[in-house]
Design a protein around this ligand. Structure first.
Ligand code: KG4
Ligand code: ZN
Length: 336
């Protein structure tokens, strides 16, 4: 079963050919990072234009690299929610057109469920139920996962997503965009206990997240270092930046790990699955692995390329939806 996947929910245009849900024959990702970096965040209008410019080339590359012809494809899959509405529509319209032209089924995919599925491409034998933590630039969500296609959300962020907090703190510290990878690297030279930033757990036993407080705490800590308190950002030394980055990262990771382990215990999970761009974070991987090991629960996360937005996770998950005959008609819509 050969499925073409398309992913355009945010700032990556991606197409991938995956066989039987796990054999990735191609996974082309055209990143728009350079276009957005000078604005310090994703500009929806620019994202849409870039998707429109590149999508056909990206699909062509995916098919060529997989060494197949369009007539060999059994189904077209596409992420149609959640994401930037204009960006989603470009992928969805392209997918509908291909499905109609080739006369093959269309399968629409939830982008967050695809992030969870990414682990399955690398680890075939994941035991369910699992607790899945999806941490990305746009989301911080906990799901109770019963199978590849059945997910119930049990927690989410009430303000900033984890990745968004990394990117905004990076801006405060004068780092580039997206700042997550740089904070990860710089933190390795810093002391995570240097500054005790707040950990927000919300109500007792809550599985929801809030990261706006820690972000603001970093901002005020930096401003407070200026003795004249002019409201202007003082010049920070490399050592201070490393300690700030490590202490911020530690605060975010503490909350992510504690809530995920709490959820895994509450739902008697047989596995923990980690996905999304922030799942690349080395401290989060290490801390969650240690905590899961202590409780004898296996932890699964994919390679870094499969953590970031990509279409292989979309095409892979679509294989299981094909099995369930969960097809979409051409009237299906994109949902932000
Ligand atoms: O999943 P993703 O590619 O896109 C969305 O669906 O949002 O995630 C991108 C996010 C960015 O906020 C980026 O800063 C963050 O993932 N990120 C990281 C790391 N690598 C990427 N955050 C922390 N540590 C990293 N190593
Ligand atoms: Zn994503």
């Amino acid at each position: 079963m050969i499925i073409l996947g398309i992913e355009t929910s945010c700032d990556e245009t991606s197409a991938s050919v995956v066989e039987d849900g796990i054999k990735v024959h191609s996974n082309i990702v055209a990143s728009q990072q350079e276009l957005h970096s000078r604005f310090g965040g994703v500009v929806p209008e620019i994202a849409c234009r870039a998707h429109t410019d590149t999508i056909i080339t990206v699909i062509d590359k995916a098919v060529t690299e997989a060494n197949i012809k369009f007539k060999d494809i059994d189904a077209i899959s596409v992420a149609n929610t959640p994401g930037l509405i204009g960006a989603l529509l470009i992928g969805l319209t392209t997918a509908k057109t291909l499905s109609w032209l080739l006369g093959i089924p269309l399968i629409t995919i939830n982008h967050l469920h695809a992030h969870i599925y990414a682990s399955k491409i690398v680890h075939e034998d994941i035991d369910y139920p699992a607790i899945s933590l999806v941490v990305s630039g746009g989301h911080t969500s906990l799901f109770l996962t019963q199978s590849e296609t059945r997910h119930t959300q049990v927690g989410g962020t009430i303000d900033d997503a984890a990745g968004e907090a990394f990117d905004k703190v990076g801006k405060i510290l004068g780092l580039g965009y997206p700042a997550g990878p740089e904070i990860d690297t710089i933190s390795q030279k810093g002391n995570g206990k240097a500054i005790l930033f707040p950990r927000s757990y919300l109500k007792k036993d809550s599985l929801d997240f809030s990261f706006s407080g820690v972000k603001t705490a970093v901002l005020y800590h930096c401003l407070g270092q200026d003795s004249k308190n002019t409201g202007e950002m003082p010049e920070l030394k490399d050592r201070e930046i490393a300690d700030l980055a490590a202490s911020f990262q530690e605060a975010v990771v503490d909350v992510l790990v504690n809530k995920t382990i709490f959820a895994a215990t509450k739902f008697t999970a047989r596995s923990i699955i980690l996905g999304g761009g922030v799942a690349c974070n080395s401290r989060l991987r290490q801390r969650l692995a240690d905590a899961a090991k202590q409780r004898d629960i296996p932890l699964y996360y994919p390679s870094k390329k499969l953590c970031m937005d990509n279409a292989a996770m979309v095409a892979g998950l679509a294989y299981h939806k094909y099995d369930e005959e969960a097809f979409s008609g051409l009237e299906v819509e994109a949902m932000p």
